[in-house]
Each structure stands twice: as C-alpha cells, then as structure tokens.
Design a protein around this ligand. Sequence first.
Ligand code: ATP
Ligand code: BTN
Length: 246
Amino acid sequence: SLGMLDVHWEIDSTSSELARQHPVLDDLAFVMAETQSAGRGRRGRPWLSPPGMNLYLSVLKRFHAGFASLSGLSLAVGVMLMRALDDLGIRTAGLKWPNDVLAGNAKLAGILVELSGEYSGPCAAVIGVGLNIRLPDSVHERAGQPVTDLAELTGGLPPDRNRAAAAVVAALTEGLLTFERHGFAAFAQEYAAHDLLRGQSLRILDPRGEYEAVGEGVDARGALRVRRADGSQVTVDSAEVSVRRS
Ligand code: ATP
Ligand code: BTN
C-alpha cells in the first residue's frame, strides 16, 4: 500500500486524491497539500485554498460495520478538531451543527465527510479538514461569509503550522479509533460543551419548510433537536441552519 501520510505541493483536492487512491490504501491514510486548485466544501461549494499558512488535510478511514453505524461522524470530527485546538492553546472556537468550526461567528475550519461502500457491510469515509491558520486578505474578500484564522485568534502569533498539523493528525487518529468502537456516544458530552446553537434562536430550512426554533442540543445519532414556537420538539437530520439575529 502507499504511505500513511502523503504531502503534496498542489493538488485539486486532498479528498479527491484519497478517493482516487482508495483501493490501494491502508485502513487509515492521510493526504495534505500546501494549496488546492479545486478545494471543495459541502454541496459543491468552493473551499478557498491559497498557499501559505493553512492546513488542507484529508483522511481515509475504513469501517467494517457499514455506514449505518456512522451517524454523528462529522460532529465527532468537530470534537476531534476542538481537542486538537485545545492542545494548541486555542479555546475560543465552537461547533455549529452540523460541520462548522466557528470563532466569534466567523468560519475557522470546515469539515467535509464523504462516505462510500455499503449500508451494513464494509465502507469508508473520506474526511476533509480545512483549518485556517493565516489567511490572505483575498479570502476574507471572496468567501461570502465571515472567516477567521488562528492568527486572528492569537493576536498575530498563531501556533507553528507543523505543530498544528501534528495535533490534528493525532486527534483524528485517536478519535477515529474511538468512534469506530463506541460511535458518537463517546463524543456527545464534549459536543454539548462546544455546541454554539444550544439556546439560540434559529432559522431552519429543511424538507418540512422554513421555520424558526430554538436549539436544544443533539440526539444520540447527532441529529439537531429544536423547539418550535408552538412548543413542539422537532429533530432535524440535515438542514440549512442560520442563527437569527435578535
Ligand atoms: P453550511 O452552514 O450549510 O455548512 P456554509 O456556508 O458553511 O454552509 P459549506 O459548504 O459548509 O457552506 O462551506 C463552504 C463555504 O465556506 C464557502 O461557500 C465559503 O463561504 C466558505 N469558505 C470558503 N473557503 C473558506 C476558507 N478558506 N475559510 C473559511 N470559509 C471558507
Ligand atoms: C465545509 O465547510 O463545507 C467543508 C470544507 C472542507 C475543506 C477541506 S480542505 C481539505 C479537504 N479537501 C477539500 O477539497 N475539502 C476539504
């Protein structure tokens, strides 16, 4: 099999690279790049990936149990990133369901989980992580939403990028093993401690339509629980969620 950690100068997308190499890789394999020419977020949205001081990293993890057992994986990866940030001395970030790491309402990191394989047989997850360490001004101008980086959170003295990469790789290596054994249950308490939506007024767009509700945490599968104005509790599996300004 190929090496466990491949580092590229430029690649289209570290997640695409793992998808291409998939058949020949071990149970756990990492790809990093200095810059991506076609970095992507969810629903085909672009992830701006200039060279310089950021982290673009993907990991392939195989699971034997099938993706029926993988609910909550992207939330668990969020917790793993919070652990890595904590190791780096960064304690001001939080998690916005389902897959964003924010600091002061601006996007610090993004998580992209892509599954392949069988529902109850062997399957694999390619997990992509983009972590901003020092963004050029152009990203702030082009992102279309507030973005931030570790430089901003540390008053201009971000952790060394190699240390940041090591912390993220270590947190993912350990966390994915824990997830394989115990699922989201092993991360639920820590998720709750970092949950930015709990108690917030939210505007939700899901298959039911568009409505307002208050965040009430997540359930054992990682679905978002909210309470609507009429008092009813609703569980949301996937949706666009925005925090309502009041
Ligand atoms: P959702 O809340 O549904 O996740 P989102 O707006 O965060 O929505 P994603 O698809 O998760 O969308 O992320 C892609 C978005 O992230 C892009 O549309 C852009 O606004 C933003 N973005 C792109 N590059 C970066 C970057 N390097 N750092 C922070 N944000 C970025
Ligand atoms: C999101 O917030 O929508 C997720 C963004 C994920 C970006 C990372 S960067 C490394 C990996 N390669 C990609 O093309 N995307 C992910």
